[in-house]
Ligand binder design. Structure first.
Ligand code: B12
Ligand code: SF4
Ligand code: SF4
Length: 379
């Protein structure tokens, strides 16, 4: 393998040629935007993580909060790291799966957030892979990282000039919106900073400013008031976290969960930047294996093994399927028909479950559906 030319210090930077090539490679493999940033510590994000943790805003979440010093220092991923090549993968597809009509189903269905309709993280990694390979071909080291506790992906994308932090805390790409997953190639190649594709090329990370202007729709649309101030999320109220969290689903947010079973998209769905982008460039059709809905009664009938096989790529607390059943019972209470025999059977079965967490959620669902009689049977 050819060795890279010796470079004294990180101030030495490879010419724009390689950066342009890396950007072109990423774009040709489906990334909507690619940018380059230095691999210095993300000190502002470190401060944000520590501050939010001290205020309890992370709830029981670990992720990047477990070890903020580590997750904000790319050199902990790759010793000697000098640069990040950051990519954004658009996951928005049509919600309807070809051949499946939502309205024609008589059984209650639960909604899955769009990023989880298909394995978009795998697609993102696949698109970043040729970028990493190109760097390796010149003898540099390169590691792909996305949605890993070891790096703050949004801060990396922001530094690479890909977009701005919206008031919903998501990173928005100018003119394209927020339906993007983010990932980086961490490398010891000194690529310079804040250079990128298309609209982002050559701009500093702050060049986009806040594209939100006076809009604050996401804040008012959040069903639980989890966006406690612009850009700041209180995980203890965020449905996207509560469906992943262990323990009982907080009673005060069960109605707000509605028909969701995994994730929440409300603060993106109301965003005018997303809406405009969708109107200009309608989403591609869903892949046939897309999972936009889950049959609630089917889920409640399934074995642990089946649930893990079907939903194993979701983040499920302690990899324990009882948390999927817990979520399903809340969604059933919100959307089911208490007089439907199949629903009644599912509730009876859950009320007889040896697990007190399941019986408690089943009792809540039965009462919500006007079937206090089923609960009385157990008491
Ligand atoms: C923990 C986590 C969560 C938590 C908490 C999210 C949060 N907002 O803190 C939960 C489980 C709730 C969650 C939910 C979701 N997540 Co998430 N999550 C993460 C994870 C693992 C870490 C995020 C993190 O470190 N947060 C800590 C805080 C400090 O950083 P931050 O949220 O980016 O906050 C920045 C802003 O607040 C900004 N800021 C500071 N002050 C101010 C002031 C103003 C005025 C403004 C505007 C901004 C601002 O600076 C902060 C950074 O320094 C990342 C993956 C990763 N490894 O990075 C994915 C990630 C952030 N999630 C992602 C996604 C897709 C989602 C969901 C859309 C999934 C869903 N549909 O359910 C929701 C969106 C909810 C939301 N409004 O954020 C994507 C976001 C992509 C994007 N375009 O932004 C990421 C990057 C995963 C990925 N690799 O693509 N997530
Ligand atoms: S994901 Fe849902 S609950 Fe969380 S902040 Fe956005 S709208 Fe609110
Ligand atoms: S809804 Fe408005 S405030 Fe929220 S992210 Fe979109 S543009 Fe920004």
């Amino acid at each position: 393998m050819p060795q890279p030319a010796p470079l004294e210090e990180s101030s030495a930077v490879i010419g724009d040629g390689l950066v342009d090539e890396l950007v072109a490679i990423g774009r040709s493999h489906g990334l909507a935007a690619v940018g380059v940033a230095d691999a210095d510590v993300f000190t502002d994000t470190l401060d944000d993580l520590l501050d939010r943790r001290s205020k309890g805003l992370n709830g029981q979440m670990q992720f990047t909060y477990r070890n903020p010093e580590r997750s904000t220092d790319p050199k902990r991923i790759l010793p000697g790291a000098r640069s990040l090549v950051v990519g954004a993968w658009g996951y928005r597809r049509e919600d309807a799966v070809p051949g499946v009509e939502r309205g024609s189903r008589s059984r209650p269905l639960a909604r899955v957030a769009r990023y989880a309709h298909q394995d978009s993280y795998a697609a993102l990694r696949q698109a970043l892979s040729p970028v990493a390979e190109r760097l390796k071909a010149d003898g540099w080291r390169a590691t792909i990282i996305s949605d890993d506790n070891a790096l703050v992906d949004r801060a990396a994308a922001h530094r690479a000039g890909l977009g701005w932090f919206g008031k919903n805390s998501l990173l928005l790409l100018p003119g394209l919106g927020s339906w993007f997953l983010l990932g980086s190639v961490v490398t010891d190649a000194p690529l310079g900073s804040a250079q990128g594709s298309g609209f982002a090329h050559g701009r500093t990370p702050d060049a986009h400013g806040s594209g939100c202007g006076s809009c604050s729709r996401c804040i008012t649309a959040c069903p639980t008031g989890a966006l406690v101030s612009p850009g700041v999320l209180d995980a203890r109220r965020c449905l996207a976290w509560l469906v992943q969290a262990p323990g009982s689903f907080p009673v005060q947010y069960r109605d707000a969960l509605g028909d969701r079973i995994y994730g929440c998209d409300d603060c993106q769905q109301v965003c005018p930047i997303n809406r405009l982008a969708e109107r200009k460039d309608p989403p591609a059709p869903s892949e046939s294996e897309s999972e936009a809905d889950v049959d609630l009664l089917g889920l409640l009938e399934s074995s642990d093994a089946d649930l893990l096989q079907r939903h194993g790529r979701w983040y499920i607390a302690r990899r324990d399927p009882r948390y999927l059943r817990r979520n399903a019972l809340v969604a059933l209470g919100n959307t089911g028909d208490g007089n439907d025999p199949a629903t009644e059977r599912a509730l009876r079965r859950a009320l007889d479950d040896p697990d007190p967490m399941i019986t408690e959620h089943a009792a809540w669902a039965a009462q919500k559906l006007g079937r206090d009689d089923l609960v009385g049977r157990v008491a």
